[in-house]
Design a protein around this ligand. Structure first.
Ligand code: HEM
Length: 153
């Protein structure tokens, strides 16, 4: 009798604890779920992205590793296009209206080191705007597939 009762108690305890873990698992995954525009919001929306791009361009133009490439570039257009592209890429309410990446960088002979230099400058601009690395890394990760059409050397 004693053993049957305690085995019943053990069973009940197991079922109960399963219930708890299921609840915890559901709650945790509900928290972990992010909205499709989480990175856009993390960057501070349109205003935040404009600010990041405004800080990014002078950093690029001061970067000896890549600045010469931009000698004849209309920086105002580049800024507008980048802001639009970052907004669209991160789930914001924008449509990128510029050239595709292969077309935009055709004939520039961009190498991996230059690509990485530009990504690094963008990270610096985001740090300057106090964007947490959990967010800035996500934007950089979204840009990574562009290495293929941009890097031709
Ligand atoms: C993830 C990396 C990059 C992204 C997302 C990116 C994005 C863009 C965008 C959106 C444009 C504007 C296209 C348009 O005018 O319609 C552009 C143009 C340009 N990019 Fe990039 N780019 C990247 C890497 C680079 C690198 C590594 C260089 C050189 C070191 C570079 C040099 C340029 C130049 C010079 C232009 C202006 C072209 C022109 O004057 O028409 N880009 N890029």
């Amino acid at each position: 009798m004693q053993t049957r009762l305690s085995s019943k108690l053990v069973k009940a305890a197991i079922i109960f604890s399963f219930g708890i873990s299921a609840t915890i698992a559901t709650t945790t995954s509900a928290f972990a779920q992010t909205t499709p525009d989480a990175v856009y919001q993390g960057l501070g929306g349109k205003e935040g992205i404009n600010k990041i791009v405004a800080d990014f361009l002078p950093i690029v133009l001061a970067d000896d590793r890549i600045k010469d490439t931009f000698k004849e570039t209309d920086m105002e257009r580049l800024g507008l296009m980048l802001a639009e592209q970052f907004c669209a890429l991160t789930g914001g309410p924008c449509k990128y209206s510029g050239k595709d990446m292969q077309e935009a960088h055709k004939g520039m002979n961009i190498n991996n080191a230059q690509f990485n230099a530009l990504a690094e400058d963008l990270q610096i601009a985001m740090e300057k705007n106090n964007i947490p690395s959990s967010v800035s890394n996500k934007l950089v990760a979204k840009l990574a597939p562009m290495q293929r059409p941009i890097v031709t050397k």
